[in-house]
Design a protein around this ligand. Structure first.
Ligand code: FES
Length: 372
């Protein structure tokens, strides 16, 4: 059914023409009014709730609501107690898990209970009647707007905000300066007494450290690395007991084993020698086609975990940066801005792969690279 409708500006009547069906003529001009216009159905009949009809049920609903609120209080207190009794100062993974789990459970319980309680209160106990809020024009009427403008003008004159420019400008300056202490406090998130560049530049790799499989810690022999294979690698002896005995310097500046591991993690690959195009100054950094690169993406630090054997590309799953291992891990795609840092490697007398030294540049996102 083709139908057009338009407002008749003079009469306000709706003018409609239908290709078929009955229409009735209006009094004005050629206007016609459709007889089957949708009628306002109005509100459905009001249905009383069980809590309106039965005081016992209302009492029970009340008990449910305040019980839920008490449960919420218990959840909140539980979260505070969990924070106190399951601290994560030790930095151990299990301690972090327990802390997070109990604090999270307490907060979840508190939020859930208060939410359900509030909804139940509203639905079962609060007044239940329909009311119609008539629409009204949004803008104030002319006299009110004029009065408001008058008040602003008067306030401006009495306060001297426009007139006393020195006072006004110094107030603006004070308000701009006010958030600065809060921003300054963010400094507390940075390493307190250590240079972040040095901190990121050094990892646990030192001359002679064996390359070991992650997570088993089993050292890797050069003969085990076949062409096309890739290994996820950590320094040998990276366990809690040995780590605790190391000085901060030997830990690569990391306080916890997890931090140290995250910084030192490496990917090891073997390429056909003819595919490997090394920089002249790094020719001695590989061993028989085996190369090692930091696994920490130079974009924002995700683990670059995917190796494509045919293209020799490493892919970071976070934002799809790709690094070409055959071309000293240079960036071939994506938002990363610098190649992955290379770990110089060789073999020891038993044939195990070992580091020649630490990385020669900071691992991770590019920002620190600029401060070298
Ligand atoms: S963190 Fe790797 S691409 Fe963004």
């Amino acid at each position: 059914m083709a139908e057009e409708a338009k407002n008749n500006g003079d009469t306000g009547a709706v003018v409609a023409a239908q290709s078929h069906g009955s229409v009735e003529s209006a009094a004005v001009g050629t206007a016609v009014i459709s007889p089957d216009a949708v009628q306002n159905p109005g509100l459905p009949p009001h249905r009383q709730r069980v809590t309106d009809l039965d005081p016992k049920k209302a009492k029970r609903a009340e008990r449910t609501v305040y019980t839920l609120f008490y449960i919420s209080i218990a959840g909140s207190l539980g979260a505070v107690l969990a924070y106190m009794f399951f601290p994560i100062e030790s930095g151990e993974l299990m301690a972090i898990r327990i802390h997070t789990m109990f604090v999270g459970l307490g907060m979840a319980l508190a939020l859930l209970a208060v939410g359900i309680g509030a909804v139940h209160w509203g639905k079962a106990l609060m007044a239940d009647h329909e009311s119609i809020d008539e629409r009204h024009p949004v803008p104030s009427d002319e006299p009110t707007r004029e009065a408001s403008a008058e008040i602003f003008k008067l306030a401006n004159e009495e306060s001297g905000f426009s007139r006393r420019s020195l006072v006004r400008n110094s107030l603006i300056g004070a308000l701009i300066a006010f958030p600065l202490p809060g921003i300054t406090l963010l400094r507390g998130l940075a390493p307190q007494d250590r240079d972040p560049v040095q901190l990121l530049k050094h990892t646990m790799w030192t001359k002679g450290t064996r390359l070991a499989r992650d997570p088993s810690g089993v050292p890797i022999k050069a003969s085990e690395v076949t062409i096309g294979s890739a290994f996820h690698v950590i320094p040998e002896n990276l366990n809690h007991d040995d780590f605790a005995k190391l000085s901060l310097d030997e830990r690569g500046g990391s306080d916890t084993l997890l931090d140290a591991k995250a910084k030192a993690i490496v990917l090891l690959m073997r390429l056909d020698q003819s595919d490997l195009h090394e920089l002249p100054e790094r020719e001695s950094w590989s061993y028989d086609g085996i190369v090692a690169y930091s696994k920490v993406c130079t974009h924002v630090g995700c683990p670059v975990a995917l190796y494509e054997q045919h293209t020799h590309h490493l892919l970071c799953p976070c934002h799809q940066s790709q690094f070409d291992v055959s071309e000293h891990a240079k960036v071939v795609f994506g938002p990363a801005k610098r190649p992955l840092p290379q770990l110089p490697i060789t073999v020891d007398e038993e044939g195990y792969l070992v580091a020649q030294s630490d990385f020669h540049e900071p691992v991770g996102p590019s920002y620190w690279e600029r401060l070298k």
